[in-house]
Design a binder for this molecule. Structure first.
Ligand code: AMP
Ligand code: ZN
Length: 725
């Protein structure tokens, strides 16, 4: 086809847009860092494969032959220590069940291929597996040792970074930035801590190991891609793609290895896709905020809705994923297809001219560093235009070669309507004939509850299925989805806020007990279902239906502890706010004594439990009532004005630990006292969030929050009660 508009891409290496000139005329070589197949891919991973897919489709549409290689990092690279520490539950479980590493890898590889196919990602021409290319990795390592770039220590081989003068040219970085507070253990075998392993000696008891001139061992982290890129594509390739997290050290090291070994440029254009985020954090298994394609399907979405969503943002921009935005993408995709199936057929001369202009604009947008958002906008202009149906369809079919959204081929499927629903519709028609509208409306609601929309048509009730995904639309995806009422006047004396992630019974216990003791006061309840398990949300809705003081918010996933509480803080209309953890049961009037404590304007937060500290690193529970350094989150009472003054909670605290301390210290900086009253009539039961988190997970999440806290407050011991005295 036409190669009218030359392709320009942003090259990470040079930090600017460059015209694309292939290394070898006629054949374009793309290497994509592929999946790790001892777990399912999440849609963040898939976003980077979508970028590579769009690139490849564009090149092919422009008439290039493309060879696309995507490596499969299989279990052979799994580090034994990871296995032993049980770091990966899936693989540990599979091994415990007697599955071989090969079986595990085969399972996840198959799942990956299925996910890619659901997203219309064209299969790469080659999917080389790391484990079947170990001899090539050994050879490459040997070459590097022979050429003086590698050195051997006790069966390990390291790349000597100091010998490769261009090290750092891709990332402008020489070593990993140290996370504050985290200690990185120096490897005593390395000559320079920047050096990285090409080959590692197998530790005692390791199952996955290969022979080499340096003894049994396994390849380092980066040599895989250098070896396989050279084997399948040759020493110099056109495009290398990956996510931005691959830039350092993975791709930096890959350049060093390949260029040191072959003495020529490794890659012409480095393309890196920005991350998919959730609640502002990178989607990652370790953060616990991942969605898989199957999660989207379970909610009734078409996987291509995700492809559409990714096309609405530049690949170089971060994209915050929410189910709400996915709903919008799904709706848009359906509408775009609908527009095409409803346009009329006539073709005309003027139509063709206009069509040519739009076509040019579309391909121009894509050629400009893969601007999918612009290209999509052109597709919409075509769909909305007055162009004849045949022209529209021809254009959109052309565009879809790159968009890959099944714009024209997919026909909306008409599914059979259950007979009960049909029967209700006829019953409703009968009521309408008799002008019995209240009865007819009641039936409409029943029909809706069964998943169908009852529309009034000339020949009686028409039934339209409500897709499952549309039901997610009503839930909130972030605390930003609720309005802030902080500047509205107080409406009640107390807002009692409860946020729950798990435990229906526990939630009901704390809510009912608080409700019982709030009987005589002016109060409202704000309950946030922070991604509760199935069924629980419905119970809350039933309660709310018969209690106008109860306001329930459903989150479509776990928003994080701080964000959940921020929903309460933003929606509260009480002069005072009391937040309760679901482990807390109210046993008497907590409101009068809390109000009393807060009558003292110097008191910022009051509670039942508190801690003190000498160094902001370790904290001790306070035994007696009085001043503390932080009020614990099980029960916190404060004036709503405090939130106006010190702001909402820091949503980076997804896990609850240290969140209460962070909030408390913010109140301390504003000059407030924090006090506890051990006489408040409450009981504390098992803390579910803690109990339900596996031990290593607790450690990891706690540490993360601890360092976050320390970075912010570590040097502020002037805020501590003991120092202030
Ligand atoms: P991994 O399996 O972690 O090696 O990741 C596979 C690919 O997905 C790599 O190219 C990563 O850079 C990319 N990736 C990982 N997390 C994300 C994310 N949240 N958004 C976009 N790409 C990601
Ligand atoms: Zn790679």
């Amino acid at each position: 086809m036409q190669r009218a508009t030359p392709i320009r891409v942003f090259n990470t290496l040079t930090r600017r847009k460059e015209d694309f000139v292939p290394v070898e005329a006629g054949l374009v070589k793309i290497y994509t860092c592929g999946p790790t197949v001892y777990r399912y891919a999440h849609i963040g991973n898939l976003r980077s494969y979508l970028m590579a897919d769009w690139l490849r489709r564009l090149l092919e549409a422009q008439g290039y032959s493309v060879k696309h290689v995507k490596n499969i990092t299989d279990v052979g690279h799994m580090r034994q220590d990871m296995l032993e520490r049980g770091e990966d539950k899936v693989i540990s479980a599979a091994l415990a069940e007697g599955k071989t590493p090969e079986q595990i890898a085969a399972h996840y590889t198959e799942a990956f291929m299925a996910d890619e196919s659901k997203l219309n990602i064209l299969p790469a021409h080659e999917f080389p597996h790391a484990t079947t290319n170990v001899p090539e990795m050994v050879d490459l390592t040997k070459m590097l040792v022979d050429r003086g770039y590698g050195y051997v220590v006790d069966g390990n081989v390291y790349f000597e970074v100091g010998r490769f003068s261009e090290y750092g040219k891709l990332s402008r970085q020489q070593s990993a930035g140290l996370e504050a507070g985290a200690r990185v253990e120096a490897d005593p075998l390395k000559r320079d801590q920047r050096d990285f392993a090409l080959w590692k000696a197998a530790e005692e008891g390791r199952m996955l190991k290969w022979p080499s001139p340096w003894g049994d061992g396994f390849p380092g982290w980066h040599i895989e891609c250098s070896a396989m890129a050279a084997k399948y594509l040759g020493p110099e390739i056109d495009f290398h793609t990956g996510g931005v997290d691959n830039i350092f050290p993975h791709h930096e090291d890959e350049i060093a290895q390949s260029e040191a070994a072959f003495g020529r440029r490794h890659v012409r254009y480095w393309m890196h896709g920005q991350h998919l985020l959730v609640d502002g954090l990178k989607m990652a298994k370790s953060t616990g905020n991942t969605y898989e394609v199957s999660d989207l399907e379970k909610r009734g979405f078409e996987p291509l809705a995700f492809r559409y969503l990714c096309a609405t943002a530049s690949y170089r921009a971060r994209l915050n994923f929410t189910l709400k935005s996915l709903c919008a993408a799904q709706k848009a995709l359906l509408r775009l297809r609908e527009k095409l199936s409803h346009s009329d057929q006539r073709a005309s001369k003027e139509g063709e001219k206009e069509g040519d202009r739009l076509r040019e604009e579309f391909w121009g947008a894509l050629a400009d560093d893969l601007s999918l958002p612009k290209a999509l906008a052109v597709a919409w202009r075509v769909a909305r235009s007055g162009l004849p149906g045949t022209v529209k369809r021809e254009l959109l079919m052309d565009f879809d070669r790159v968009l890959g959204l099944d714009l024209v081929t997919r026909m909306p499927s008409a599914s059979a309507i259950p007979t009960e629903v049909e029967a209700l519709a006829r019953e409703r028609d009968e009521f309408r004939r008799r002008n019995a509208y209240p009865e007819a409306d009641a039936i409409r609601e029943r029909i809706q509850a069964m998943g169908y929309e009852a529309r009034d048509a000339k020949r009686g009730t028409a039934l339209v299925p409500i897709p499952a995904w549309a039901r997610t639309d009503a839930a909130i995806s972030s605390s930003g989805d609720v309005d802030s009422l902080l500047n509205e006047p107080d409406a009640v004396d107390f807002t009692i806020g409860i946020v729950a992630r798990r435990g229906c019974d526990e939630l009901e216990r704390s809510l009912m007990s608080a409700r019982q003791w709030a009987g005589g006061i002016s109060a409202e309840f704000v309950v946030v279902d922070n991604g509760l398990e199935d069924g629980c949300g419905g119970r809350l809705d039933e309660l709310a239906a018969s209690d106008e003081r109860l306001h329930v918010f459903h989150a479509d996933h776990f928003l994080g502890s701080a964000a959940g509480l921020n929903v309460v803080l933003k929606q509260a209309r009480g002069r005072h706010i009391v937040t309760l953890d679901t482990s807390v049961e109210v046993k008497g009037d907590i409101f009068t004594p809390s109000r009393k404590l807060l009558e003292d304007s110097r008191v910022g937060i009051a509670g039942r439990w508190g801690v003190t500290s000498g160094d902001l690193r370790s904290f001790e529970e306070a035994e007696e009532s009085g001043d503390v350094d932080a009020v614990e989150g099980y029960l916190m009472a404060f004036r709503r004005d405090l939130v106006k003054e010190i702001g909402l909670l820091d949503e980076k605290y997804r896990f609850y630990r240290h969140l209460d301390l962070d909030f408390s210290l913010a109140a301390r900086t504003a000059g407030y006292r924090l006090v506890t009253d051990t006489g408040l009539p409450v009981a504390r039961h098992e803390h579910l969030e803690w109990a339900a988190t596996p031990e290593e997970e607790r450690d990891r999440l706690s540490k993360r929050n601890f360092y976050r806290f320390l970075r912010k407050w570590g040097e502020r011991s002037d805020l501590l009660v003991a120092q202030a005295r």
